[in-house]
Design a protein around this ligand. Structure first.
Ligand SMILES: Cc1cc2nc3c(=O)[nH]c(=O)nc-3n(C[C@H](O)[C@H](O)[C@H](O)COP(=O)(O)O)c2cc1C
Length: 353
């Protein structure tokens, strides 16, 4: 006997009922994943860092399906929007049905208090339980407006936003920050003040904002921060090999979360390797090829024209070229392509077995 669908008798067509049931089912799976307390085990808990322009929901999903090893992701920042249309477009990346492969935490940058409360309520309706505040963005056009790491010299403004927002949002809040904009004193002044607030965690990219991405991350300063905060601190910055991860775990023992960005783009097997899996060179090649193929095809269907498609793929290859021999030469060739055909020819040659 044919099983009766829920909502039968509602007047909806069978197709409509199936689509509602599917999206409700997806929402439940998604909410269960969101609500799950992250299990901290002997294995390091690895968070895929937000990299705007690369780690959107398509990348996050395919990354996790083809390589795996990440436990969570923070999505690239979105901003509270005055116009409903832009808000809908931004939320596309965070729709539950687009985020079934990897639990994700949304991030915002602009600290507009009212817009933020509205955004948080919208995200809560989608099933999210936590939101992350980007207090680390180093771009001069952002910091000039006292946003991102540009707010770090003004702790009173940070506390004022927390005072306003925390009682009004139905989500938990975490912070992603840097050591300071100009000086590490900025974060060491702020951290004890944040102890009064119910934050879930603070992710620290161990560089100053004014360094942008130059120089190297400074784990010793992260160590100073540990002594000042009652919140769980997550280390971020320049984890590019399993050996570096091991060194950091020795320096900062105990169950801890770690965030990795560019290291995972350059070597998508890094998270898996850190967790003790060692795919053979043939397996690596096959998985990279399958990942690339699916990513390219999916972007081809989603993005508006070859210019956007090539631009998006080049942003990834800037890092991913490091996974291949003669990486500089490869990157230069890919960078120069101006048609999908030229690009395809380089990729075919690269993955020729
Ligand atoms: C191109 C690019 C885009 C980024 N976008 C974001 C973002 O949207 N939000 C954020 O918090 N950090 C962003 N970051 C910073 C990374 O999340 C991360 O903190 C930084 O790259 C240091 O970690 P890593 O050395 O593991 O890459 C971005 C970094 C780069 C290079």
């Amino acid at each position: 006997m044919k099983k009766k669908l829920p909502l039968t008798g509602s007047g909806y067509s069978e197709d409509k009922i199936l689509s509602i049931t599917k999206s409700l089912g997806e929402k439940i799976i998604f909410q269960e994943a969101q609500g799950k307390a992250p299990a901290l085990t002997d294995q390091p808990f690895l968070i895929l860092a937000p990299i705007r322009g690369i780690t959107d929901h398509i990348f996050r999903t395919l990354f996790q399906r083809h390589f795996g090893g990440a436990d969570q992701a923070i999505a690239p920042f979105i901003n509270p929007q005055p116009h409903a249309n832009t808000a809908v477009r931004q939320l596309q990346d965070l729709l539950p049905e687009n985020n079934l492969a990897l639990p994700v935490i949304p991030q915002f940058l602009h600290p507009d208090p009212d817009g933020l409360v509205a955004l948080a309520c919208g995200l809560h309706d989608l099933g999210y339980t936590e939101i992350n505040w980007n207090l680390g963005c180093p771009a001069p056009m952002v910091t000039r407006k006292r946003r991102g790491s540009g707010l770090l010299p003004y702790p009173e403004a940070i506390l004022a936003l927390l005072d306003f927002v925390l009682p009004r949002i139905p989500l938990r809040l975490s912070i992603k920050t840097r050591l300071g904009l100009n000086h590490p004193d900025e974060l060491t002044t702020l951290l004890p003040l944040l102890n009064e607030y119910p934050l879930t965690e603070i992710i620290i990219h161990a560089r100053l904002g004014r360094q942008l991405y130059t120089g190297s991350a400074d784990p010793d300063h992260f160590g100073h921060c540990l002594a000042l905060s009652r919140h769980p601190l997550v280390y971020n910055g320049d984890i590019t090999t399993p050996a570096i991860m091991t060194r950091l775990q020795t320096q900062f023992p105990g169950p801890r979360k770690w965030m990795i960005g560019r290291g995972l783009l350059a070597d998508p097997f890094l998270a898996l390797t850190i967790k003790g899996h060692h795919p053979s060179p043939e397996q690596r090649r096959a998985r990279l090829k399958a990942f690339h193929q699916e990513l390219f095809t999916t972007y081809q269907n989603h993005l508006n024209g070859p210019g956007h498609l090539l631009g998006r793929m080049k942003q990834l290859w800037f890092y991913l070229a490091a996974s291949f021999p003669e990486q500089q030469k490869l990157w230069k060739r890919i960078k120069k392509t101006s048609t999908v055909e030229q690009y395809g020819a380089i990729i075919d040659q690269l993955f020729q077995s």
